[in-house]
Design a protein around this ligand. Structure first.
Ligand SMILES: Nc1nc2c(c(=O)[nH]1)N[C@H]1C(S)=C(S)[C@@H](COP(=O)(O)O)O[C@H]1N2
Ligand SMILES: [Mo]
Length: 313
């Protein structure tokens, strides 16, 4: 078993050059390999002014409309540690992932706990298309046309009790089907939202993208998408959703509490301890663009009124 330690994690620029170096050094196993594969920031910064919602400031300050990232990039450059720490290897390793049958169990502090099949969810909650920016904490971003439905609709139906204050999400836990879980880590992948974040209209459960069912590498058959938070909050291949009273401890809070907080709102003013979050690389484009507070989704600002976003990172 190999342990993944977030402190070994390397900026992506270093990772890329190390990968080149490692061609022919395949015998090097263990932490040296893993260190290059986990969450790491990218270096490099450019200036520029801020753009409004729906546009992103290009270096030099010219706002450019967000163009969709290609299907090819969205489905071949993936963080899904249950398969691999190498983004370019996830798709092939996940190709045969069995997603039928699949149930999502919704419970905890609710009046009407229930298990759903994916077909039941699709029948109850018609899919809509949502084009969202996704900003990974590592410093790259994409624009993805998701299919999905507001999480709020599902939560309304199970009726959270008055004690419910948070939502806890859990991914599949099955080392037989998820080879990356054979590495020692804080499995299963767990994430959490405050209840008011969870019922915000931007928060969706996604079952597809580009008009097709999700492929395994993107979190099939169902994953969360929370576009104003760093990508790691958007937990993939969800099997459990629980309403709880206490703030859930996510996998990343457990693995690296100094580096990854509960809120994880995209914020160019709050650096990661080991890299700046001021800019990002839009996959498919050249150069870097400014990162926007809440990833440009200003409508969520009232959720954090009066909160110190530096303390609550
Ligand atoms: N279960 C699970 N969910 C996960 C991850 C993961 O490793 N396991 N990676 C997260 C990270 S770091 C990012 S950036 C996004 C990537 O989503 P995408 O590959 O569909 O673009 O998924 C998030 N959800
Ligand atoms: Mo990420």
């Amino acid at each position: 078993m190999t342990k993944i330690d977030p402190s070994e994690i390397t900026p992506e620029s270093v990772y890329l050059s190390r990968r080149k170096f490692m061609v022919g050094v395949a015998a090097l196993a263990g932490s040296a390999l893993l260190a290059g594969c986990g969450i790491g920031g990218e270096t490099g910064e450019t200036g520029g002014s801020t753009g409004g919602s729906g546009t992103t400031a290009a270096p030099g300050g010219t706002p450019t409309p967000d163009e969709l990232t290609s299907f090819d990039a969205i489905t071949n450059y993936n963080n899904f540690y249950e398969f691999s720490l190498d983004k370019e290897e996830v798709a092939s390793l996940a190709a045969d992932f069995v997603i039928e049958p699949w149930t999502v169990e919704v419970g905890g502090m609710v009046e009407s706990p229930r298990k759903y099949s994916i077909d039941e969810l699709l029948a109850l909650y018609p899919e809509e298309e949502r084009v969202y920016r996704m900003r990974c904490v590592e410093g790259w971003s994409m624009v993805i046309p998701w299919l999905g439905f507001p999480l709020r609709l599902l939560l309304d139906d199970v009726k959270p009790t008055s004690e419910a204050r948070y939502v806890r999400f859990q991914s599949l836990d099955d080392p037989e089907r998820l080879p990356g879980q054979r590495h020692r880590f804080a499995w299963p992948y767990v994430e959490g939202l405050r209840l008011d974040e969870a019922i915000h209209d931007l928060t969706i459960l996604s079952t597809g993208l580009y008009g097709k069912r999700l492929l395994p590498q993107n979190g099939a058959p169902i994953r969360l998408v929370v576009p104003w938070k760093y990508g790691f909050k958007s937990i993939k291949s969800v099997v459990r959703i629980d309403l709880v009273s206490e703030m859930p401890e996510s996998l990343w809070m457990e693995a690296g509490p100094r580096e990854y907080g509960f809120y994880a709102n995209v914020n160019p003013e709050v650096d990661h301890p080991r890299w700046s979050q001021k800019t990002e690389r839009r996959i498919g484009d050249f150069g870097r663009i400014d990162t926007l507070l809440f990833n440009g989704y200003d409508e969520v600002a009232p959720l954090y009124a009066g909160m110190d976003l530096r303390e609550n990172y």
